[in-house]
Each structure stands twice: as structure tokens, then as C-alpha cells.
Design a protein around this ligand. Structure first.
Ligand code: UDX
Length: 442
């Protein structure tokens, strides 16, 4: 089989590379010539564990190629996946100009049957717009090339996207065509040997599934963060509560970790988009509105603890921030809680020295010289007043606390992810603040 994947961003590149891994011939298309050149020369523009190996292997085997020429790539393709960006426009809603632009070009150039698949996360109703755009262009040409559209949302987590693609929990396909179903089934069968399902449904339900999934997950996080804050007030320990509720299989142990609020490119954007879709349709999604406002508040919770500890006076104090990325195993800082915490500290006249194992470069790009960047986690702590842990990278989990005690000015740790053992820190004489737990004051 042969497919085209348009857009070599995060989703397009991971999808294209993983499809090639099954033996499919994949052409990845992008209008950005520099990016295509880079990819041809063997450089991947994103950080994603495991991607480089299978990219190299499939490029060598000639199954994964890159081009700026969409028309050329469509020759003999069984399907074309649209995986271009949908940046928020002025009012925050997804700007579909790239998605529709690609659909139009497909309509202008296709010469045989293919399935036009929307892979980008797009508002409910977009696949109909894609279909109409292709049809309009075909009509202009006065030709009747058959095609079908399908919606195929991705559920990839940054940091484990390759694994998620190769071993998906489920594949969701929205289409009203049996022929398209057959093509999609063939393409995805190799990934479903673990028995996980491919779910066919109508297009609108498929588009809705993506938003409902991310909104449900965001709801779990805001829920546990809200409970964590209450735990603190009433003197309970959210870690015990989390385990207590999570062992009920109806609730489950996953995705109920309290922290500094959710960030990233998906949850904040998708929750907002679903709220907007509902509003536009005359319905108010009350739960999601609360999920969003709890998340805004949560991003400031750790900062609030810092400020209270220092009785409101942060001027001239220096804080070592561990972790800038919105979560471990990525360099992505979009909507990262670190940005809110750092901004607040700077506003109060404090100094910040940060370290992130992967996102320091991205941090420099975004924050410039507003803060300092340390060469490693211990370097950040030299003469700092406190350590503020924001992202739970594995290498931060078991630091040498004896060394930290020597480097930090005060034996003081603010843990935004509850990764340390309060007893251990107490024995070592640290003052320790976490989320939803009693502080240890020494
Ligand atoms: C998410 C979805 O998981 C994925 O299916 C979808 O396709 C894209 O959006 P991603 O944004 O990569 O993936 O990150 P994810 O691992 O889901 O974490 C999102 C945010 O929630 C992070 O900021 C993380 O720190 C936070 N989180 C997650 C918590 O605060 N607590 C948890 O228990 C889990």
C-alpha cells in the first residue's frame, strides 16, 4: 500500500514513520522546504523517544520519503492523511485554513480513488468541510474522481507517541463509506495484533470522540487537584486518598495524580474548543468550564505556597526550578505550569535559575535572559533559597539530598508533583511542601 501524510509536525511525522514501519510506502509532505531538506538529510525536528531509530530504518529501506510536492506524492496513494496544524486564531478557535488548503489541493490534483483522512484535531464538523472543499475543486476541474473522507483522530501522548501509535488502545475511524473502511482496516490491522479494537462510527461521532476523551482526562486531573487542595485544608493526605479511590476499578489508578495543573498542546486547547462548540450550539458544558478554571487556579498553587512561606517577601530570593517542560520526556513547554510559576516569581522580584534535561533550549527560546539556566540540577541549587520541582523527570526522583542540603541556602523544597517521601525529607531536616499533603516544617 502507499499513503501520503501531509504535515511533518508532531502527529504527521510520528504517524508517517510508524505506518512505514509496517511495510507501507509513505510519502511525508510539507510546504516548509527547510524542514523537508532537514528530514531528507536525516535530522528530525522534534524530540520524541524511539522516533529516530524507526525513522532511520525506514528511510534506509526507501519506504519513508519526504517532499514538498503534494501532487507527486498522491500518485498511486490509497489514502492521504491531513496532519497539518490548526493554530488558534484571534478568538481562540482552531484556524482551519491549512486543513482546508490541503483539501483543496488534493481536489485540484487527485487522479484516482483515495481516502482523504483528517488526522489533525479539528472541531466537530470539519470533515464535512474537507469533503466539500475537495468536491468544489473537482467540480472546477469538471472531473468526477471518486473519493471518500474519513476522520481518524490520534490519541498520542508526547513522550510515548511512537509506542502509542504502534500499540494503540483503540483506533477510531469515522466514515460513511465501506470502501474507505476497507482501506483503513488494512492500514491499521498490523497495529491491532494485540486484539485492541478498530472502532468504526459516523464522522461526527469520531470527531467528538477525540474531544470527549481529552476532556474526560482533563476532568480527572482537575478533579483530583480540587480534592488535593481540600485535603490540605481539612488535614487529609491526597496520596492516601488517591490510592483509596484508585483501587476501585471503576475509577482506576491512572491519571489521578495531583500536580501543578495540566499543560501541553492538547488538553487546554481541546477543553476550550469543546466548550466553544457547545456554546455555539446553545449548550453550556458546566463541568468543563469548572475543569478549566480549576486548572488555571492550580497552576498558581505551588507559587502560593512559596509566597506564604516567605511571608509575601520574595524580593531578591533565588529559586532553583527543576523542570520546564509541561511533562517529562518532551521539550514541549506549551501551556507549561513552569511558565506561570516562573512569571509569578519574577513579578515578585525573585530570581530564577532553571534546569530541564531536555527543554532548557526551548526555555531559553521562550524566556531569554529573564532567568538563568543551570548546567545540571545540582548547579541550579547552588546558593538558591529553595528548590521548586515542577516537572517530574525520572532523574529528579532520587537526588542526593545530602548534597542538596549543602548547596541550598535553606533546607527547603517545594514539590509540585508529590514525588518525594515526606518522612525521608523530615528525617533529613528539610522543610517540605507538596500538593494536597501536610507540609513538613523543620
Ligand atoms: C494528551 C492525551 O493523553 C493524548 O491521548 C492526546 O492525544 C493528546 O493529549 P499529552 O498532552 O501528550 O497527551 O500529555 P499527557 O501525558 O496526557 O499529560 C497531559 C497533562 O496532564 C500534563 O501536563 C501532565 O503533567 C498532566 N497530568 C497527567 C497530571 O497532572 N496528572 C495526571 O495524573 C496525568
Amino acid at each position: 500500500m502507499k499513503i501520503s501524510v501531509v504535515g511533518t509536525g508532531y502527529v504527521g511525522l510520528v504517524s508517517g514513520t510508524c505506518f512505514a514501519e509496517t511495510g507501507v510506502n509513505v510519502t511525508c509532505v510539507d510546504i516548509n522546504e527547510r524542514k523537508v531538506e532537514m528530514l531528507k538529510e536525516g535530522h528530525i525536528p522534534i524530540y520524541e523517544p524511539g522516533l529516530e531509530d524507526i525513522y532511520k530504518k525506514n528511510v534506509e529501506k526507501g519506504r519513508l520519503v519526504f517532499t514538498t510536492n503534494l501532487e507527486e506524492s498522491l500518485k498511486d496513494s490509497d489514502a492521504v492523511f491531513i496532519a497539518v496544524g490548526t493554530p488558534p486564531d484571534e478568538d481562540g478557535s482552531a484556524d482551519l485554513k491549512y486543513v482546508i488548503g490541503v483539501a483543496r489541493e488534493i481536489g485540484r490534483t487527485m487522479d484516482h480513488y483515495m481516502v482523504v483522512v483528517t488526522k489533525s484535531t479539528v472541531p466537530v464538523g470539519t470533515s464535512v468541510k474537507v469533503k466539500n472543499a475537495v468536491l468544489e475543486e473537482l467540480e472546477k476541474r469538471g472531473e468526477k474522481v471518486p473519493f471518500d473522507v474519513a476522520s481518524n483522530p490520534e490519541f498520542l501522548k508526547e513522550g510515548s507517541a511512537v509506542d502509542d501509535f504502534l500499540k494503540p488502545d483503540r483506533i477510531v475511524i469515522g466514515t460513511d463509506s465501506e470502501k474507505a473502511q476497507k482501506v483503513m482496516k488494512r492500514l491499521y490491522k498490523p497495529f491491532l495484533l494485540n486484539g485492541h479494537p478498530i472502532l468504526f462510527m459516523d464522522i461526527t461521532s469520531s470527531e467528538m470522540t477525540k474531544y470527549a476523551a481529552n476532556s474526560m482526562l482533563a476532568t480527572k486531573i482537575s478533579f483530583i487537584n480540587d480534592i488535593a487542595n481540600l485535603c490540605e485544608i481539612v488535614g487529609a493526605d491526597v496520596d492516601s486518598v488517591r490510592k483509596g479511590i484508585g483501587s476501585d476499578v471503576r475509577i482506576g489508578t491512572k491519571f489521578i495524580y495531583p500536580g501543578t495543573g495540566y499543560g501541553g498542546s492538547c488538553f487546554p486547547k481541546d477543553v476550550q474548543a469543546l466548550i466553544r462548540t457547545a456554546d455555539e450550539n446553545g449548550y453550556s458544558l458546566e463541568i468543563l468550564k469548572a475543569v478549566e478554571s480549576v486548572n488555571y487556579r492550580q497552576k498558581e498553587v505551588l507559587y502560593g505556597k512559596i509566597k506564604r512561606h516567605f511571608n509575601g517577601d520574595l524580593k531578591g530570593k533565588k529559586f532553583a526550578v527543576w523542570g520546564l517542560a509541561f511533562k517529562p520526556k518532551t521539550d514541549d513547554m506549551r501551556e507549561a505550569p513552569s511558565l506561570v510559576i516562573i512569571d509569578k516569581l519574577l513579578e515578585e522580584g525573585a530570581k530564577v535559575i532553571a534546569y530541564d534535561p531536555v527543554a532548557s533550549e526551548e526555555g531559553k527560546r521562550i524566556l531569554g535572559d529573564k532567568i538563568e539556566f543551570a548546567k545540571d540540577e545540582y548547579d541550579a541549587c547552588i546558593d538558591s533559597d529553595a528548590l521548586v520541582l515542577v516537572t517530574e523527570w525520572p532523574e529528579f526522583r532520587l537526588p542526593n539530598f545530602r548534597v542538596l542540603r549543602k548547596l541550598l541556602k535553606n533546607n527547603l523544597i517545594f514539590d509540585g508533583r508529590n514525588i518525594y517521601d515526606p518522612e525521608e525529607l523530615n528525617e533529613m531536616g528539610f522543610t517540605y511542601y507538596a500538593i494536597g499533603r501536610k507540609p513538613i516544617i523543620n
